[in-house]
Design a protein around this ligand. Sequence first.
Ligand code: PMP
Length: 431
Amino acid sequence: MHQYKRSSELFDQAQQYIPGGVNSPVRAFKSVGGTPVFIKKAKGSILTDEDDNEYIDYISSWGPMILGHAHPSVIKAIKNKVEDSTSFGAPTGLEIDIAKLIVDMVPNIDKVRMVNSGTEACMSAIRVARGYTGKNKFIKFEGCYHGHSDSFLIKAGSGASTFGEPNSPGVTPGTANDTLTAKYNDIENVKQVVADNKGEIAAIIIEAIAGNMGCVLPKKGFLEELRQICDEEGILLIFDEVMSGFRLAKGGAQEYFGVKADLVTFGKVIGGGMPVGAYAGPDEIMKVVSPVGPVYQAGTLSGNPIAMIAGYTLLTELNEKPQHFTELADKCEYLHKGLDKVLADSGFAYKINRCGSMISVFFTDVDVVDFDTAATANNELFPKFFHEMLKRGIYLPPSSFESYFLSNSLTYEMLDKTIQAAKESLEAMKA
Ligand code: PMP
């Protein structure tokens, strides 16, 4: 069993200098309780914390470590590049290489603009959609997360088509007014919101496969119907592929589900773990982006050479060896079957959702298809499961509203160890 002495000391110190001791809230273990584990290093699928405990990692830095931590070719490329300086604020040839690679891999896009995070990517895509359509409002789905830009931090009022209300202080009612919320997987609800705001909606943004309410899959036909509504109403469909991009398939959710998006946003993975995001689309839409068009968007560190070489190296590996995607999906299916068995034996009510290499366990007997059903999960069981697994060296996302992200550096032995840990954890939870 693990000891967390050094992590506890560090957490105490961190709270003196950093809000809540962390630079991003979910890391603070608020929803599961206890002391966050401070990580020292990682290799492949193994994380080592400051107390020298080791864990099998199911977060993969929330996605990008799709081939494992400290991938040898990524690290080598970064080391070579860093000798030439860390930032220029001027164009480089490398930016063309990565943009061309992304355009080759992802369907329906001609141009890519690099930014520094998924938040920036989604915020900018909405601005582009507004600039292109000349309309102000957009629809997001309850339970989908698109970063912390003001207009995304909105929850619906009692009716989804009423004006949104901010769910963070600091977001003005004016901003909230332009964000409409709809229910994931409920096409009638979307139609109603569109009808109530006819001619005013610039975009519908969606995680085609949701990862931020746990893993939730689109129902058959849902994405196709969204596409149709967008075509009929002159609305741009934006796929937020910050999690799904280069993970579900080379071409992300568009390729996986066979549905075309007008704009796509990316994050994390295209920087190989460095701070990167991007938005992309066809020439017809991207021509509104500055300096060609009037929609302003900029960034001193955008296209940063170290981030670009890390991303280029990782994406090249994925492009040249597409078997990574099938191997990942096979491993996830294996984990699914193993967890399914031990959960069924445990007697706890549960549902498992899986898509490609994303998977979530919900402690509920209700099928999880949207935020409301995800919220039926038992609030007490998940924190217990999380800590029992942590004690046994399995590092899961510290919230039931997050998906696990598998990496192809996971071995079947590690998956077996995880399933065994789950069996023991569930037994311990009954005690
Ligand atoms: N979109 C999605 C789907 C995300 O999961 C996230 C973050 N997890 C973001 C956007 C925001 O990305 P970032 O944290 O890089 O700003």
